[in-house]
Design a protein around this ligand. Structure first.
Ligand code: SAM
Length: 257
């Protein structure tokens, strides 16, 4: 595509993927939490097939490859993230175990009952938790595992400001027992559920961003997309520090029956 026929959307897409591809992760998480979630998954072998959906630049993909056997296909919508992921896999000498491909979680390139494990950190919300659990299930073998993180409420009441924010951002956010029931109703045995600790949001997600926000704004001075993006991120950071006892990310791990 030439510069001339790029519309504003392509430009936004580039700017946003440029911004986020600077970081190891594009969502809350940590190697320790990925390893803890792995501890609930059994029966993997070198011939196992694993999908990491909405992989971003592959922070958790590398941890997965270093802690479980099997072949991993990582999928993300953003080609720039996938390029970085494949480069990282080569750097770590994991290129024979990890294949990053650009694609959509709405149209996955797998056969029915091909996969032993579906992994998705901070990404299933793009298709919707319930819809993703139901649609992706056909790709899993019976007894295969799904492990996803999902924004969840911790309390049944919360201040209006944070309720309004999430109603706009992701109305499917809900309390943990409701999400567990959705996991069960989608045809999985709930195997484990745990809340991601605070450092997954702070040290591993917001702190690296806070360090470069001003440089990014200077570089893109007067650009409404860049200014809008940073204003949103600053609002998210403020909301998390103010309201973190009301919401967070939760790992939901299930086994297909
Ligand atoms: N898993 C990574 C992590 O935890 O660092 C990335 C999480 S980030 C919050 C969500 C990811 O989902 C982004 O990399 C985004 O490009 C990807 N994504 C959004 N919509 C998608 C879709 N329809 N298909 C595949 N990936 C998608």
């Amino acid at each position: 595509m030439t510069e001339e026929n790029k519309n504003i959307h392509d430009f936004d897409f580039d700017l946003i993927s440029d911004y986020f591809s600077q970081f190891e992760r594009q969502g809350p998480g940590s190697p320790e939490v990925t390893i803890k979630a792995i501890s609930f998954v059994d029966n993997l072998s070198p011939t196992s097939k694993i999908a990491d959906i909405g992989s971003g630049t592959g922070g958790q993909t590398m941890v997965l490859a270093q802690h479980v056997p099997g072949q991993i296909t990582a999928i993300d919508l953003f080609p720039k993230f996938i390029d970085k992921l494949n480069a990282l896999a080569t750097q770590l000498n994991l290129q024979d175990r990890i294949k990053g491909i650009q694609g959509s979680m709405e149209n996955l390139p797998f056969q029915e009952e091909e996969l032993d494990l579906i992994w998705s950190e901070g990404a299933i919300y793009n298709i919707g938790f319930e819809k993703g659990l139901k649609e992706w299930k056909k790709f899993l073998k019976i007894g295969g595992y799904i492990a996803v993180t999902e924004a969840s409420w911790f309390t049944d009441r919360r201040p209006k400001e944070i309720q309004d924010f999430w109603d706009m951002a992701y109305p499917e956010i809900d309390m943990i027992p409701k999400k567990v029931a959705q996991l069960q109703n989608a045809g999985y045995i709930p195997v484990a559920v745990f809340i991601l600790p605070e450092n997954c949001w702070t040290d591993n997600y917001y702190v690296p961003q806070a360090k470069i926000i001003e440089d990014f704004l200077n570089k893109h001075k007067g650009n409404p997309t860049a200014e809008g993006l940073i204003a949103e991120i600053k609002k998210e950071i403020r909301f998390y520090s103010q309201y973190k006892e009301y919401y967070g990310y939760v790992f939901y791990i299930g086994r297909k029956i």
